[in-house]
Design a protein around this ligand. Structure first.
Ligand code: TYD
Length: 222
């Protein structure tokens, strides 16, 4: 099936934001969301894990600092469960309605954190992601890439959650994972150097989004 044909069956768009904790991706997702609204597009911003009442409860279990004994497989399955609910309840229905859905973290987070970070089998995670998302693949994924020192400064919080309290070696593996994903899927995943000033970064992201908006118009015209 060609991309154009896929688009005819999928009227909206899915744009995802990825990166290590403190990369600044949430700021960029919010900025793009407001830009799209300002330009008159119908857009929705959601985050993972979370975004629905069931998924937010799963999020609480996942990020609870007391849950230090969580098995890696439990962690993987809970992220997938949270994602499955968000896709079924919000992401897919909105895309089907022609909305531009922006998701702050998505399938690549599981690949980077649970696959490259925890060392779980990446092929299995890809299959699990396909199941959880009903094979809903992002049209474009921005990986905001910053070094660990910058991320630590940006993410500095008084009470880190379970994932934020992970060691630097884990974060480095996650970052390498994102680099590997970007290399493997250059047509979908763009690695954006994130050290730049937020407005400049936003302009770069906007420029990369414009061609996808054209695709949206084309598919609507058909
Ligand atoms: P959150 O506080 O939302 O972090 P951020 O603001 O950086 O997105 O917490 C989400 C945490 O969950 C983050 O540390 C990354 C992790 N995560 C995974 O490990 N796997 C996943 O599939 C997802 C979606 C998130």
């Amino acid at each position: 099936m060609t991309k154009q044909k896929e688009k005819m069956n999928q009227p909206g768009l899915l744009l995802t934001f990825e990166g290590i904790d403190g990369s600044g991706k949430s700021t960029q997702a919010t900025m793009l969301f407001h830009r799209l609204l300002k330009e008159g597009y119908n857009a929705l911003l959601v985050r993972e894990p979370g975004g629905t009442s069931i998924s937010e409860k799963i999020r609480d279990v996942l990020l609870d600092i007391k849950h230090q004994n969580m098995a890696d497989t439990t962690e993987l399955l809970l992220y997938a469960a949270s994602r499955a609910q968000l896709v079924a309840e919000k992401i897919k229905p909105h895309i089907d309605d022609g909305v531009i859905v922006l998701c702050d973290r998505y399938t690549d987070s599981s690949l980077a954190y649970q696959g490259y970070g925890r060392g779980l089998n990446t092929e299995f995670i890809k299959n699990l992601n396909a199941l959880a998302t009903q094979e809903t693949i992002p049209d474009l994924t921005f990986v905001i890439d910053v070094d660990l020192a910058t991320a630590a400064k940006r993410a500095s919080v008084d009470d880190p959650d379970r994932m934020e309290s992970e060691k630097n070696a884990f974060k480095k593996r996650v970052q390498n994972g994102y680099h590997a994903i970007a290399e493997q899927e250059p047509a979908r995943v763009v690695l954006i150097p994130g050290e730049e000033e937020v407005d400049a970064l936003h302009e770069k992201i906007w420029e990369l989004t414009i061609p996808k908006l054209e695709l949206l118009k084309t598919s609507k015209d058909q």
